[in-house]
Ligand binder design. Structure first.
Ligand SMILES: NC(=O)C1=CN([C@@H]2O[C@H](COP(=O)(O)OP(=O)(O)OC[C@H]3O[C@@H](n4cnc5c(N)ncnc54)[C@H](O)[C@@H]3O)[C@@H](O)[C@H]2O)[C@@H](O)CC1
Ligand SMILES: Nc1ncnc2c1ncn2[C@@H]1O[C@H](COP(=O)(O)OP(=O)(O)O)[C@@H](O)[C@H]1O
Ligand SMILES: [K+]
Length: 516
């Protein structure tokens, strides 16, 4: 799913108005009506007090369309105008007049220095104060109103975007934003719903279809895409009947040190579960027996050193190499890593200590083959690119890094983000069960195993992150968050693949009645 920018959404509105020959007021009607349909379906006429807070722009206009439907369907609704400016939009005014003409109880106009209405915890707040037009800090008294919303603990439904949340700027004051229980968004969800610092402002979100011009939506390229099943299915490569293990490539996993051989076992097993034809592991001598006995499918090569990697040389031609898991960062290992990079031509997936070695020795970065995949968690990323002041700066820095080194960067965490050059891909699978030892090693193995099967580096990163998260999502149905282990993720990879082709469940058909 594309995540449109504010400019693109405004353009989609304009194109829709032009191509469908409708007025902006009619488009607003659609928006407000869709919000009403969503609420009506759930409330079924329940007499819960609904407080609709409308700003003076088009977001407020949407709120006023909603109000009209709520009133005409007999809901217990109070409407407020949050009068933060006198520059009311045309469609706001049209709908303001409509509301006033249909009820004797005119909207309550809220201004600075006025008492806020009493709202109970069981009531519903609809937030139509600011939409995507927010372009400067929220006035202090409106901020106080948002604080009032939170104090009531009432369910808060935001229209389009939680008011006070900028689409392209960090939040400087969390009290100046509405904390929504649910946001009903038009055109697309917004990028800020997924970033670590701003995701908390809406617990849930949903997109409402207001019939925007399909041609514009389809043909417009976005800076960010949301990755779900629909997006990864076209990446999937089916298997040919006459294929053999050579068809699916040879993964080599390089890593491990004394006490950290498990990381290599996890990565290697994950590469095989992702579908790599062959898997070899290159470890210090102390890893030989653990690997051979716990993972019989793998071939094992060893360093001459017992405890750490001191030289990387092997007599095989892997399709791809995944490296860094449990590697350590000793001077001997650094020398081996540098010598290896100087001669290496094989595609690389770089994780953990291999990232740390690159961070400490930035000159080595230029030795990476193009389209290398790096999979840092936030701390490793910080070592690699330096600190950032907010999520937006972080993304810009990662984009520059990706362009400079022609690398695919996977920023791990909830909503893992894959960055390639200017474009970002936000994953939708995965859960806090993955916050457990070794789950990152498994991810590296999966991505490496996909490249072995001739997925491109970018496709392997996007698809691998999706499958890893999906396997974890299926695992928690059996184990819950706390008991999920990295090994489960490997074992549930099969189910993650199968899930790609699962159809949504059909409702059971009624049996035809037999005539007596
Ligand atoms: N025809 C359309 O353009 C449609 C727009 N829609 C709604 O319109 C919204 C965008 O509407 P607008 O562009 O009118 O913007 P908003 O309703 O978000 O903002 C209202 C106005 O407040 C001003 N403003 C921004 N920040 C302020 C601040 N801190 N203090 C005081 N004033 C401030 C802005 O200049 C803007 O004109 C969307 O989020 C969506 O809800 C929907 O109705 C769909 C159709
Ligand atoms: N709260 C979370 N929600 C979803 N995914 C998570 C969460 N916490 C961690 N993960 C995922 O788990 C993996 C952890 O990787 P990493 O930190 O490298 O762990 P390790 O070093 O133990 O292997 C990443 O893929 C990350 O995206
Ligand atoms: K809003």
């Amino acid at each position: 799913m594309k995540l449109f920018s504010r400019e693109q959404i405004y353009e989609a509105d304009q194109q829709t108005i032009k191509k469908q020959d409708i007025t902006s007021t009619e488009l607003m009607d659609r928006a407000g009506s869709q919000i009403f349909n969503w609420m009506h379906l759930r409330l079924q006429g329940a007499q819960v007090p609904i407080h609709v807070f409308c700003g003076i722009g088009n977001n407020g206009g949407d709120g006023l369309v909603l109000t009209q439907h709520l009133i005409s369907h007999g809901y217990h609704v109070t409407t407020y105008i949050v009068n933060y400016s006198h520059k009311r939009s045309k469609d706001f005014l049209i709908n303001y007049d409509k509301v006033k003409s249909m009820t004797k109880t005119w909207p309550v106009v809220l201004e600075d220095n006025e008492a806020f209405p009493e709202i109970n915890q069981e009531d519903i707040i609809v937030d139509a104060v600011f939409g995507i037009g927010l372009n400067r800090p929220v006035p202090d008294w409106v901020k106080d109103l948002f604080i009032h919303f939170r104090k009531t603990k009432a369910f808060t439904l935001s229209i389009d975007v939680p008011s006070g949340l900028f689409l392209d700027q960090p939040v400087k004051d969390e009290d100046a934003v509405v904390w929504a229980g649910y946001t009903l968004s038009f055109a697309s969800p917004k990028l800020v719903f997924f970033l670590p610092e701003t995701a908390k402002y809406t617990a849930q979100w949903e997109v409402l279809d207001i019939g925007l011009d399909q041609e514009y939506l389809m043909s417009t390229k976005t800076e960010a895409d949301l990755i779900g099943k629909h997006e990864v299915l076209p990446l999937y490569m089916p298997r040919d009947k006459f294929s053999h293990k050579g068809t699916f490539g040879h993964t080599l996993i390089i890593g491990g040190s004394y006490g950290k051989i498990g990381a290599v076992i996890l990565s290697s097993r994950a590469a095989l579960s992702a579908g790599s034809g062959l898997v070899s592991a290159y470890v210090p001598k102390c890893g030989y027996i653990p690997l051979q006995s716990s993972f019989p499918e793998a071939m094992v090569l060893t360093d001459r050193d017992e405890n750490e990697i001191t030289e990387i040389s092997f007599d095989l031609k892997p399709t791809v190499i995944g490296m860094g898991m449990g590697l350590g960062t000793s001077p001997n290992t650094l020398d081996a890593f540098e010598a290896f990079l100087k001669n290496n031509k094989t595609p690389l997936v770089i994780d953990a200590d291999a990232i740390n070695l690159l961070s400490k020795n930035k000159a080595l970065l230029k030795l990476l083959p193009i389209h290398s995949v790096l999979t840092p968690h936030p701390k490793e990323l910080e070592r690699l690119i330096g600190t950032w002041s907010d999520d937006f700066e972080k993304l810009e820095k990662v984009k520059s890094f990706s362009k400079k080194y022609h690398a695919v960067v996977v920023i791990k965490g909830a909503n893992t983000i894959t960055v390639f050059q200017e474009k970002i891909y936000i994953n939708t699978t995965g859960n806090p069960g993955l916050a457990t030892a070794g789950s990152g090693d498994v991810l590296t193995g999966i991505i490496t195993g996909l490249i072995a099967q001739s997925y491109s580096a970018l496709a392997a990163a996007i698809f691998g992150v999706y499958l890893h998260g999906k396997a974890a999502d299926i695992t928690i149905e059996d184990y819950g968050y706390q008991s999920l282990t990295a090994t489960h993720v490997i074992e549930y990879m099969g189910k993650a693949y199968l899930d790609l082709f699962e159809q949504p469940q059909q409702l059971p058909q009624e049996e035809p009645k037999e005539d007596n």
